[in-house]
Ligand binder design. Structure first.
Ligand SMILES: Nc1ncnc2c1ncn2[C@@H]1O[C@H](COP(=O)(O)OP(=O)(O)OP(=O)(O)O)[C@@H](O)[C@H]1O
Ligand SMILES: [Mg+2]
Length: 354
């Protein structure tokens, strides 16, 4: 008998982003401690995912297949997420006294005004969050809708890799769950505290502000590590793949740190500060207590210090594994190096324990 209980069907969290697929599987002990059972990242070709949408499901599926093999996971069921413009989420109010069936009908009727697609083109789901704070006779209902086509392409990609999609989540919800479960200090779990997640990926930077474990503000801007990769390619005459590899593993000329990396870090700090100021100008929520730095660019040495200085807000680099155990077959150094970009994968893997 093992120490870690595995759910009957372990779910593999599969995060398909614009530059890679990230696989992660968790188990949980009787005392509630989590353990990383398997993990792998596999790069995607440049055109396979465009603006969060899969454009080539075969290519993505093959990458998932290679990652699955690398990860040595035996899981055959997956939790995946949709994101971007094809997904709509919204909190609506419904009367608290409706029965289950009447509520479902009412939600469907009310949802139509928020969904800019034909109703036969979308999959919709909802969850009752609880009594509305605005009107005690109402309940807050969280609505999520996504284009069927978007969902079907993800399912097809998973199938190519021999995986069955058991959970189709929304990326923002997976992020919320991962941050709440793995990244907050006890004081930050306080309902009043406001935490901003700054995710700096390859092409996109997303600022999500969380209060009371929900995202209350989200804004994307076009900025990311790709800009650094392109500068490296231009300066040193390297290919996209070479530049991407060397910026992580080193081996670039001596002037790289001062002449290329430092200016990029400066820009990063400016972009985060601008995003934060934009949030302050738009919202009445008030000051952000801390910034959680996520995405691949969070791993750049010293970026946190610079962003903290620029914004005047406490910055921590996201590490969802800080209180987790790690199975021996998992390469711990690469897991920890990639940790800031694995929040969504962690949130998806968590769905094993619903
Ligand atoms: N240690 C590191 N140092 C510098 N850059 C890194 C490091 N690790 C990853 N990156 C960069 O981070 C980016 C990938 O981050 P991430 O996996 O969060 O992006 P993504 O989610 O695929 O992209 P997007 O969010 O734009 O769709 C790439 O540009 C990569 O080169
Ligand atoms: Mg990303």
């Amino acid at each position: 008998m093992g120490l870690f209980i595995r759910s009957k069907f372990p779910l593999l969290g599969v995060d398909v982003s614009s530059t890679s697929v990230k696989l992660l599987e968790l188990s949980r002990s009787g005392s509630g401690r989590f353990k990383v059972e398997s993990y792998a990242v596999e790069a995607l070709a440049q055109n396979a995912v465009v603006e969060k949408n899969i454009s080539d499901h075969r290519q993505v599926g093959e990458a998932i297949g290679r990652a699955l093999k690398k990860s040595q996971s035996r899981a055959r069921h997956a939790a995946c997420a949709v994101a971007g413009a094809a997904v709509i989420t919204r909190i609506i109010q419904e009367p608290a006294d409706l029965g289950e069936e009447a509520l479902e009908t009412q939600v469907q009727v009310d949802a139509e005004q928020f969904i800019p697609f034909q109703s036969d083109e979308v999959n919709m789901d909802f969850e009752v969050l609880g009594a509305s704070t605005v009107n005690p006779n109402n309940v807050d209902v969280l609505l999520a809708a996504a284009r069927k086509e978007t969902i079907e392409l993800r399912i097809a990609a998973l199938e190519t890799a021999g995986l069955t999609a058991k959970v189709m989540d929304v990326e923002a919800f997976a992020l919320e769950n991962a941050v709440h479960e793995f990244c907050l200090e006890p004081a930050e779990r306080d309902a009043e505290s406001v935490v901003a997640v700054a995710d700096i990926g390859a092409t996109m930077t997303t600022l999500s502000v969380l209060q009371n474990r929900r995202i209350v503000y989200i804004r994307e801007q076009v900025f990311g590590g790709r800009q650094l990769t392109e500068e490296i390619m231009r300066r040193y005459g390297l290919s996209y793949e070479e530049a991407g590899l060397m910026k992580r593993q080193g081996g670039l000329p001596d002037n790289y740190a001062i002449e290329v990396l430092e200016p990029f870090k400066e820009t990063m700090a400016q972009e985060i500060n601008r995003a934060l100021q934009f949030f302050y100008a738009q919202s009445q929520i008030g000051a952000v207590d801390s910034i959680l730095l996520a995405g691949g660019c969070a791993g750049i040495d010293g970026a946190d210090v610079l962003i903290q200085a620029k914004t005047g807000t406490r910055v921590t680099v996201a590490n969802p594994f800080q209180r987790m155990d790690v199975a021996t077959r998992v390469r711990k150094e690469s897991l920890l190096r990639d940790a800031p970009s694995l929040l969504v994968a962690c949130g998806l893997a968590l769905r094993s324990f619903d």
